[in-house]
Write a protein that binds this ligand. Structure first.
Ligand SMILES: [Zn+2]
Length: 455
């Protein structure tokens, strides 16, 4: 049969990353993500995977994001009994993300059963907290830059790629051939992550293309943020920033801390109201060698940003009349504590809602970005009278130019290049660019495609 690679997710879409490398005797899965977004994709999470579980030796994670780790509990349920490799911060963040994912699914199933709106009776969560506990026992942590033997002439090594804390690209040495999986490639000059390491050698290359058709705006997010803070302060309002808990919330804290330190913004209280964001921040602090923030700055930031731990404190803050900044989850305002702030302040023209991340179709964040006049929250409508603005230059993903740069140190062209983790238009734009720049003929695989990669 030869050696093949099969695209079980993260092909034709940005979510569900799962890449299976196998030959007659062994199989390895790189990433094990959940499909997210439109329903037709999400339904795939309920389909069994066409993997021969006894031959699957290991799963290797590039990073902790749900679309790269969120299917793991199901893989275990389907009979996987091997090891799950991760860097130490990826293991810590994956635990946080998987527990949160299970809790959300349990909640949703419970709600569906109470309301009787599920076609399945009873509605079942995709997986439970117990499944996550089982999954966590299979994790094995390994540092970057060391070769890790997984038997049968297969080994791999992690090299940091600057996307989130603990993220890495993978060099998989498959019986003498090198297969590089980019993972999600970060940006050069990120706030607290080292610049991405670059691959030097690849016989086979699997590269992401989230922003394969785009260049990030060149504006300075700190300067834009400072303007927005000053404006909200002048009007005496609250600045509400819906934010993802892992990565973005910490970036905002660092940015705001630096702005205040340099007197670019007034001395206005900054709150983080996100139980998950708080834990992600603690995880970041516990891995000082995985980020570039000096201890002194990390300590100053930690003491300056007020962490909201109890819902009682949320209620107090909601009642407060003073101008302040609140970072709260969820990032697209689909749920979480941020909804309470929006209910309280959307109709207040002194306040500001600042969107700082990707806003998917159908979310409240997207509606706000599109300038709707009313938003429905918990069954009631709220008029949008607060100022709504966005910073588009904060991103944890390399853009087209940065992806090309990332590939520029490869000593010779890969025999096979596969473009994954992008909407069709982004993936195709990167394919064209790779031909133009390097004369490589890359393939954009479709979901469930299999390719022979022997020669
Ligand atoms: Zn990611």
């Amino acid at each position: 049969m030869g050696t093949t690679i099969r695209f079980l997710g993260g092909a034709g879409t940005v979510t569900g990353s799962k890449y299976l490398v196998q030959d007659e005797s062994s199989a390895v899965l790189v990433d094990c993500g959940l499909f997210q977004g439109v329903k037709s994709l999400r339904l795939l999470n309920r389909e069994p995977l066409a993997i021969d579980m006894p031959s699957l030796k290991a799963v290797i994670l590039t990073h902790a994001h749900l679309d790269h780790s969120g299917y793991l509990p199901l893989l275990l349920r389907h009979g996987f009994a091997g090891r799950i490799f991760a860097t130490p911060p990826t293991r810590a963040l994956a635990e946080l993300i998987l527990r949160d994912s299970a809790a959300l699914q349990e909640e949703e199933a419970e709600l569906a059963n109470e309301m009787g709106f599920s076609r399945h009776a009873p509605a079942l969560p995709l997986y439970t907290t117990d499944d996550v506990e089982t999954t966590l026992r299979h994790f094995v942590v390994r540092d970057d830059n060391e070769w890790i033997d997984i038997g049968d002439g297969i080994r791999f090594r992690y090299e940091r790629n600057g996307h989130i804390l603990g993220s890495a690209f993978i060099e998989l040495d498959w019986k003498g051939r090198t297969i590089v999986f980019s993972g999600d490639v970060g940006r050069t000059g990120a706030l607290f992550l080292e610049n991405p390491q670059r691959p030097k050698q690849a016989d086979v290359l699997v590269v992401e293309s989230t922003y394969g058709d785009r260049l990030h705006p060149a504006d300075d997010p700190a300067a834009v943020l400072a303007d927005i803070v000053r404006d909200t302060y002048r009007r005496g309002g609250m600045l509400i920033i819906p934010s993802f808990a892992v990565g973005r919330a910490q970036e905002l804290m660092v940015l705001l801390h630096r702005l205040r330190h340099s007197n670019a913004i007034p001395d206005i209280p900054i709150y983080l109201d996100s139980p998950m964001g708080l834990q992600a921040t603690e995880i970041m602090r516990s891995f000082p060698t995985w980020h570039t923030l000096p201890d002194s700055e990390s300590d100053a930031m930690w003491s300056e940003v007020r962490m909201i731990r109890k819902f009682r404190e949320t209620i107090e803050l909601l009642r407060s009349k003073a101008s302040c900044i609140v970072i709260a989850g969820s990032g697209m305002a689909t749920g979480g504590r941020v909804l309470h702030y929006l209910k309280e302040r959307l109709e207040d023209e002194r306040s500001t809602v600042l969107l700082v991340g990707y806003q998917a179709e159908g979310t409240r964040g997207r509606q706000l970005m599109d300038g709707v006049h009313e938003v429905k929250i918990h069954g009631a409508f709220y008029r949008v009278q607060a100022r709504v603005c966005a910073i588009r230059s904060l991103s944890a993903h390399a853009d087209q130019r940065e992806l090309i740069d990332w590939l520029s140190e490869l000593e010779k062209p890969p025999a096979h290049t596969f473009i994954v983790h992008g909407e069709p238009q982004a993936a195709d734009a990167l394919r064209v660019k790779l031909r133009e720049r390097f004369q490589w003929e890359a393939i954009v695989p479709r979901l469930f495609d299999t390719y022979l990669i022997d020669s």
